[in-house]
Design a protein around this ligand. Structure first.
Ligand code: ZN
Ligand code: ZN
Length: 114
């Protein structure tokens, strides 16, 4: 039995994901790759209700690709930092992208610097 959490729950939510509120305890399939996290909780009008502490599950722990807008699985994101080995953005202002969204030149640089 999984306890259903209220969408605006505050405080320590134990093993639940602060984003999707799924149970991430051992055996749920979300235990691996979860990271400790907290979130501000606001109602629909943007009023701050409090903060919740829990985990961020692997499904919520994903970034958006700055080029195609799709989600990147955790650990598979490539940042401009990975390519240029310095704090910078790509020429088009993107910062975090899929490896397949890199230009051929960027891929070459990545091989050299990564
Ligand atoms: Zn989640
Ligand atoms: Zn992409």
């Amino acid at each position: 039995m999984t306890k259903k959490l209220h969408p605006l729950v505050c405080g320590n939510i134990g093993n639940h994901c602060v984003e999707c509120l799924k149970d991430t305890s051992f055996g749920t399939g979300l235990f691996v790759n979860r990271i400790p996290a907290d979130r501000d909780v606001e109602d629909e009008d943007g009023n701050w209700l409090g903060q919740r502490d829990g985990w961020l599950c692997a499904l919520c722990n994903r970034f958006e690709c700055d080029r195609c807008g799709g989600l990147i699985d955790c650990d598979e994101d490539i940042t401009a930092y990975d390519v240029y080995a310095q704090h910078t953005d790509f020429h088009d202002g993107a910062y975090r992208v899929h490896e397949e969204c890199l230009t051929p030149e960027e891929k070459e640089l990545l091989e050299v610097n990564f």
